[in-house]
Design a protein around this ligand. Structure first.
Ligand code: PRP
Length: 224
């Protein structure tokens, strides 16, 4: 079945009737690394790494089509079937709970979701804790388990600024190397969950292409 957007593309872009496997990759370093694994697993599309502003690339012979998406949007494309498979961070899967299959832990893009605060921060348990984050669901679930009252302050980036200028008491955010925290005199109070990149699949696509997707999943696992 053609994805809805395919019906709006000129025939040359619509795979000329071929049953293309459409892959959503996260734009950036992680996506490029993961594409290397797809290529090694038998799905190369060299044009993908060209310095152009093009977003969709096809290898007609192999009937595979890749596109670059904002990392936080990959799961949306996959959930709605505009992509058959994609690569998304576990943080996005936990936060948005998209209705997709998680086929493999790619064991790359490793980082962790943490609670952090200014160095020496002493929480006052009698007060509602102000938590700045992009990840409201993860933060809420974490503090609900502890029975702690919190006020979520939703921000879209540079979360580390919030406790420094007094917008929040703590942050819930991704820590990779720890450099951002260190350089802003913040420290990790708790690790909520370890994170890494996951291969995800649209549920209906997986039903029809199980064998191919399982092969890709094992071809992609843990290899850099
Ligand atoms: C992420 C995260 C931290 C930083 C952590 O931000 O939100 O700010 O990386 O990495 P580090 O531990 O290696 O310093 P990102 O660069 O995605 O931008 P953002 O601030 O807009 O979220």
């Amino acid at each position: 079945m053609k994805a809805e957007w395919e019906t709006r593309l000129p025939e040359a872009h619509a795979g000329q009737g071929k049953k293309y496997l459409t892959v959503a990759l996260p734009k950036g370093r992680l996506g490029e690394k993961v594409y290397g694994r797809f290529a090694a697993a038998g799905y190369p599309c060299p044009e993908l790494l060209s310095e152009s502003r093009k977003l969709i690339f096809e290898n007609e012979e192999l009937a595979v089509r890749y596109f670059w998406a904002k990392p936080s949007d990959v799961a949306i494309y996959v959930e709605r079937g505009a992509a058959d498979i994609g690569v998304a961070g576990k943080d996005i899967l936990l936060e948005y709970e998209p209705d997709v299959y998680e086929l493999a832990d790619l064991e790359t893009g490793r980082c962790r979701m943490c609670v952090a605060a200014p160095e020496g921060f002493a929480p006052d348990d009698r007060r509602t804790l102000r938590v700045a984050t992009k990840f409201g669901r993860i933060a809420r679930a974490h503090y609900a388990k502890k029975g702690r009252d919190i006020d979520i302050i939703h921000l879209n980036g540079s979360i580390e600024i919030a406790p420094i200028i007094g917008l929040s008491d703590v942050i819930v955010d991704i820590v990779e190397t720890g450099t951002t925290l260190r350089e802003n005199h913040l420290e990790v109070l708790e690790t909520i969950v370890p994170l890494s990149a996951r291969l995800i699949a649209n549920r209906a696509s997986y039903f029809f292409r199980k064998e191919q997707m399982d092969r890709i999943a094992s071809g992609l696992s843990g290899k850099d």
